[in-house]
Design a protein around this ligand. Sequence first.
Ligand SMILES: NC(=O)c1ccc[n+]([C@@H]2O[C@H](COP(=O)([O-])OP(=O)(O)OC[C@H]3O[C@@H](n4cnc5c(N)ncnc54)[C@H](O)[C@@H]3O)[C@@H](O)[C@H]2O)c1
Length: 345
Amino acid sequence: MTKLRIGVLGTGGIATERHIPAFKHVKEAEITAVMDVNAERAKETAEKFGIKHVCKSLDDMLGKIDALLITTPNKFHAPAAVQALNAGVHVMCEKPMALNTKECEEMVAAAEKSGKVLLIAYHWRFMKESRAAKRLIDSGEIGQPLVIRIKSMRRRKVPGWGVFTNRDLQGGGALIDYGCHLLDLAMWLTGSPKPYEVSGTTFNHLSMQKDMVNEWGTINPSTFEVEDHATAFIRLENGAVVMLETSWAANIPKDEETISISGTKGGIEVFPLRVNKAENGVLINSDIAWIPEEKPFAILQAEHFVSCCFGESTPMSSPEESMYVSSIIESVYESAKIGNSVRIR
Ligand SMILES: NC(=O)c1ccc[n+]([C@@H]2O[C@H](COP(=O)([O-])OP(=O)(O)OC[C@H]3O[C@@H](n4cnc5c(N)ncnc54)[C@H](O)[C@@H]3O)[C@@H](O)[C@H]2O)c1
């Protein structure tokens, strides 16, 4: 069998610590090329993982591969994806899909035109709790989802490395980097309804304090350009609502990553997974005692992408779904700026 030849654009933390090791477990694929604007880093990565080609440009790499993994800062996701899709190359791109909805639309159009796979790496969908929650919700366990509560909260963990606090390169802070994961997951769990109105706020008061106490390195207020905390109320076209809070740096007792969904028949909490119902005149809270052991989420994601490229599976995350997540994020930022709610086109 001919292996899928994958190229990696951007050989930083997420590429070398998650994706390249994960793809090593997929026998139908091989990472055959890397490219990074930091040529030394690309060379080191190629040596460490035994990768054949170190390319000088994306253009050069596209001629040598069947699929591209994009693991650059967010600003380069859309242009690289569009270029690759136009060249007939499948794309798996790190989250968020892009900086804004317009860029996402360009990516969706390029994917449609080329007929190639475009998968955004929202890996929380591959976690065993997420997949079990999806099975429970799809089987009607909680009825129709009405109210979705998302908390994606870190106490004092602003990334003190990389470019995460650079607005130009990343497009925003805690929400676009971290909150996007549970937002995407919650939307998927509830059937990917379209959002239509968003009211949001953003804050950066903690990170602008001199000598902010931070577990993940030192933050320089003079170069901190993004939000460290965001809240949002999101109306969905099917009548349900989302209440979202996300933070890199909140004054809370401990970190919290939860989704709680109230439906017409029951409720569900993910992380840990629990179902709450009323039956036979009593209230029941059911803890899930066991979830089948699956492979690590990064390997499941890599296998899924390769399977999609070979036409054996349909992407579990469609480009349109990822675009809705980006539309919500963009609208939260806009709403925070104007101090009013924002209609999504
Ligand atoms: N899914 C997750 O949990 C998760 C976690 C961390 C990062 N990410 C995402 O992964 C992406 C990269 O994050 P990271 O932590 O690896 O950052 P990083 O800074 O460690 O690595 C980014 C790499 O891209 C290179 N680069 C920059 N511009 C480039 C360009 N135009 N062409 C080629 N290479 C370029 C940099 O030199 C660097 O080596 C971001 O989009 C981020 O949001 C996702």
